[in-house]
Design a protein around this ligand. Structure first.
Ligand code: ADP
Length: 220
């Protein structure tokens, strides 16, 4: 069964991570950010070195490696009971980041909605990234040249991912609003979707269970 998934989509600095972390606190949602998974790697390990090699230049880590790492990670989370796909909506942040990743993920995720955090004001995004560099000690945000390159990679490689999914699944949210206003908008979009998924699952479970509770005709 493919994971029911919401994609948090948008440029670096658009607030995907901030909103994802808030959503994670709501029962029924599970947030997974590839950037966080990569940053948790030991930089001395082979995988950590590959991550460092690409991200320090503002490049994407190679697709096969990234998708494999993420799939292993999410399987692990499911196995250790951290992620419950039957009751939780997966909120994906940072993946897929190009068309090939979107294709590689099709067999694993069922994308029910894409929250597209739109920011027309690039200066504002760059400001946010510079502030984050200081606060979170992010080496990939520390240098303006790397930030600029990451924004270009987003424009040329990541944005086309939107064409991979049906247009009606994309909800545009203005990322330049304050965090609470962005959250309110996301909740407005996701609440009915989550209710519909839960309702469908409950109905299916009830009908699946029903035969065991029904006394066969003639039994006493
Ligand atoms: P941001 O949201 O600011 O772009 P992330 O924390 O999502 O940053 O990612 C940090 C870095 O990790 C990226 O610049 C990239 O090098 C690497 N990375 C994260 N996700 C992916 C992915 N899906 N594919 C390739 N590289 C990735």
């Amino acid at each position: 069964m493919r994971y029911k998934t919401v994609l948090l989509f948008g440029a670096p600095g658009s607030g995907k991570g901030t909103q994802g972390k808030i959503l994670e606190a709501i029962p029924g949602f599970y947030h997974s950010a590839t950037g966080d998974i990569f940053r948790s790697l030991d930089l001395q390990s082979e995988m950590g070195r590959i991550f460092w090699q690409y991200s320090s230049r503002g490049e994407l880590v190679p697709d096969e490696f990234t998708v494999k790492l993420w799939k292993n990670y999410i399987n692990g989370m499911e196995m250790i009971n951290q992620f419950h796909p039957e009751s939780q909506l997966l909120v994906l942040d940072g993946i897929p980041r190009n068309k090939q990743q979107a294709e590689l993920l099709d067999e694993t995720i069922d994308v029910v909605k894409i929250i597209y955090l739109v920011c027309a004001d690039m200066k504002k995004m760059i400001e946010r990234l510079r502030r984050r560099a200081l606060k979170e000690n992010r080496f990939d945000d520390a240098n303006d040249k790397v930030i600029q390159h990451r924004l270009e990679v987003y424009e040329h490689e990541t944005k086309p991912v939107l064409d991979h999914y049906p247009a009606e699944k994309i909800a545009r949210v203005d990322a330049t609003m304050n965090q609470l206003a962005v959250l309110a908008e996301i909740i407005r979009v996701l609440a009915p979707i989550k209710s519909a998924i839960d309702h469908a699952r409950d109905t299916q479970q009830r009908s699946g269970l029903a035969p065991q509770h029904v006394q066969p005709v003639g039994a006493s």
